[in-house]
Write a protein that binds this ligand. Structure first.
Ligand SMILES: [Zn+2]
Ligand SMILES: [Zn+2]
Length: 362
């Protein structure tokens, strides 16, 4: 994530901040330009409009909306299709927690130049059903179908999520990770499968390359789930997959790879905007060049992205261990996994180029 600065004092502010941690002034994010503006009832004048807080600011949304817009909610709030009933305030609090990560996700997608067409503009557009398995309306299964991502907001509860993580033997389980994974399903569908089904130029070759790397997505998903929970991941899965879950079905492999692409690029951007620079002279015989993370990896070969990430993730893992915590990035990117990340990197760049890199959060 790019660093956001407070418009009142110039200090760095967190992307989810409602007020500046330094000067205390009220701030909000202008989503289209990824800048922070001061918040006032009159609205902040910027880009020939007046920007006022999203009407969900009481629910900790810090995005701004054009004062003259019909809807008083920001894009992130509008793109949520279903949420628990208003009187279920406990579940609504959890929705607000998910929304923090959802806004981070949407900013990242825009940074990468990926198109976001909301569900209310187009059949099959991207939307979110943020429901609670604790609301007495039955179980909620996290997943994606026809553009709609369903999230169990109960997973924002640390004890609940950790219990699941441990019982499933996962090294990493976060709400942001869920969102990045599920949106991977959405993008495989709209960027790889649909264009091939519509016979767009070049789309068939892209689909075939995708199948060669991740497997044939037409394999029965029901059979795959049954097999996975009966026999687990195949022996030696670490050579070809990021996680055991990725071995279940080609769709899951793609979504896991996609999620990691967002993990890598978002974290490297964060380091870049903090000015991190690993000087190779301080690591003789280890580093052969300075490792300088970039704000943006468009046009940069995948090998360089992966090398930057290798050294930076090692640094971040040591920093986490210094705090008595587990590795920040408890995964290994093997050459076979690197090939899959390369596919995603090229796909994202091509889509961004096709859309003129103008994908904006409105
Ligand atoms: Zn400030
Ligand atoms: Zn909002």
């Amino acid at each position: 994530m790019h660093a956001f600065t407070c418009p009142l004092c110039g200090q760095i502010a967190y992307v989810e901040s409602l007020s500046c941690p330094f000067c205390g002034g009220e701030i909000g994010i202008h989503p289209a330009s990824h800048t922070m503006l001061p918040v006032s009832s009159a609205g902040a004048a910027f880009a020939s409009a007046h920007w006022v807080p999203c009407s969900n600011r009481d629910w900790r949304c810090n995005w701004l909306v054009d004062r003259s817009a019909e809807d008083s909610r920001c894009l992130s709030c509008r793109i949520t299709r279903r949420r628990p009933d208003a009187d279920d305030t406990i579940a609504r609090e959890k929705v607000a927690d998910v929304d923090v990560d959802k806004r981070r996700l949407l900013l990242r997608l825009a940074d990468l130049g990926l198109p976001v067409v909301p569900w209310y503009e187009q059949e099959g557009g991207l939307g979110f059903d943020l429901l609670s398995s604790r609301s007495g309306q039955g179980p909620v299964t996290i997943g994606h179908a026809d553009g709609i991502i369903t999230i169990d907001v109960a997973e924002t509860l640390d004890d609940h999520r950790e219990r699941l993580r441990v019982s499933l033997g996962e090294p990493y389980r976060t709400m942001l990770g869920h969102l990045r994974h599920e949106v991977g399903h959405y993008y495989q569908w709209v960027l790889v499968e649909e264009p091939a089904a519509a016979d767009r130029p070049g789309a068939q070759a892209r689909l075939e390359e995708c199948r060669a790397l991740f497997g044939d997505e037409r394999a029965s998903y029901t059979d795959a789930i049954a097999r996975h929970y009966r026999t687990g991941a195949p022996r030696g899965w670490q050579r070809r997959y990021l996680s055991e879950y990725a071995t279940m079905h080609p769709w899951e492999d793609f979504a896991e790879t996609w999620a990691h692409y967002l993990h890598l690029t978002d974290t490297l951007t964060t380091l870049a905007s903090a000015g991190v620079d690993l000087d190779h002279e301080k690591f003789p015989g280890i580093l052969h060049r300075d490792i300088v993370p970039r704000l943006d990896y468009h046009g940069v070969p995948t090998a360089e992205l992966l090398e930057d990430w290798y050294w930076c993730s090692k640094l971040l893992n040591r920093a986490n261990r210094a705090m008595g915590k587990g590795d920040l990035y408890p995964f290994t990117i093997t050459p076979a996994v690197g090939d899959k990340i390369d596919f995603v990197h090229r796909l994202v760049q091509q889509v961004a180029a096709d859309s003129g890199r103008s994908a904006e959060v409105r």
